[in-house]
Design a binder for this molecule. Structure first.
Ligand code: AP5
Ligand code: MG
Length: 214
């Protein structure tokens, strides 16, 4: 199973990807997580990407494509869910070429649809595990112990790009560069729309139904 999940910042891409990984045993490839890991490890990639993430701008295509291509080429026979990539038409075109070269066609491109007001409150209240990346929300999905990951016991953090001024820029970038990919995947007959403003469990059940394995 090879999937792509799209959606504005806070739509629930990471949340649903984690469930799909458990369900299908596929690899979660989150370009945002790859950048954040590189930043915390202070690698050359991280140093190049940091300013873009801090401002909520897109990292240039050549850097991003090279990073994801390397992961896809190392997958072997495992399926994947791409979360946060592609984000531009150029990235989508490059992805098609890489996937052809490794004989891994996309089965479905899921588009999570969530209203802007809901996105803002989700991002402002989000906390993520600094070690394993598990996603929480202070109101709708609090950890058992405040500030501590249920899964690995590490501290939870508030992402630096989850401040209102940066969120606004991220939402604009999504509308300008990523929303047009809907028609790109419509043309390939791969896109499906999922209402992401319902309970996590209901969103997941619909994704399972659409991917044909409910
Ligand atoms: P990235 O990490 O991809 O961030 P994003 O797209 O802004 O998306 P988020 O991770 O913020 O949201 P999400 O949809 O995963 O929501 P989540 O499940 O956490 O990218 C970060 C940055 O990296 C970019 O700004 C850019 O600089 C750079 N970058 C990355 N990829 C790039 C690329 N391809 N090209 C160029 N630059 C790139 O959920 C959010 C909250 O809502 C959580 O608290 C969660 O608990 C809650 N929640 C989730 N689902 C529900 C639900 N159904 N009901 C109630 N609450 C829910
Ligand atoms: Mg995410």
């Amino acid at each position: 199973m090879n999937l792509i999940i799209f959606g504005a910042p806070g739509a629930g891409k990471g949340t649903q990807s984690a469930k799909l990984v458990d369900q299908y045993g596929i690899k979660h490839i989150s370009s945002g997580d790859l950048f954040r890991n590189a930043i915390s490890n202070k690698t050359e990639l991280g140093l190049r990407a940091k300013g873009f993430l801090d401002r909520g701008d897109l990292v240039p295509d050549d850097i991003t494509i090279g990073m994801v291509k390397e992961v896809l080429q190392g997958l072997g026979s495992q399926g994947f869910i791409l979360d946060g990539f592609p984000r531009t038409v150029k990235q989508a075109e490059a992805l098609q070429i890489v996937l052809e070269s490794v004989s891994k066609p996309i089965d479905l491109a899921l588009f999570l649809i969530v209203d802007h007001k809901v996105l803002l409150s989700r991002l402002v209240g989000r906390r993520v595990c600094s070690k394993c990346g598990a996603v929480y929300h202070i109101d709708s999905k609090p950890p058992k112990v405040s500030g501590v990951c249920d899964l690995c016991g590490s501290p939870l953090v508030h992402r630096p790009d989850d401040q209102e001024s940066v969120i606004a820029n991220r939402l604009e970038k999504y509308q300008e560069f990523t929303a047009p990919l809907r028609s790109y995947y419509d043309n390939l007959n791969l896109s499906v729309e999922v209402r992401g403003d319902r309970e996590e469990k209901l969103v997941f059940e619909e994704i399972l139904r659409l991917s044909g394995k409910d």
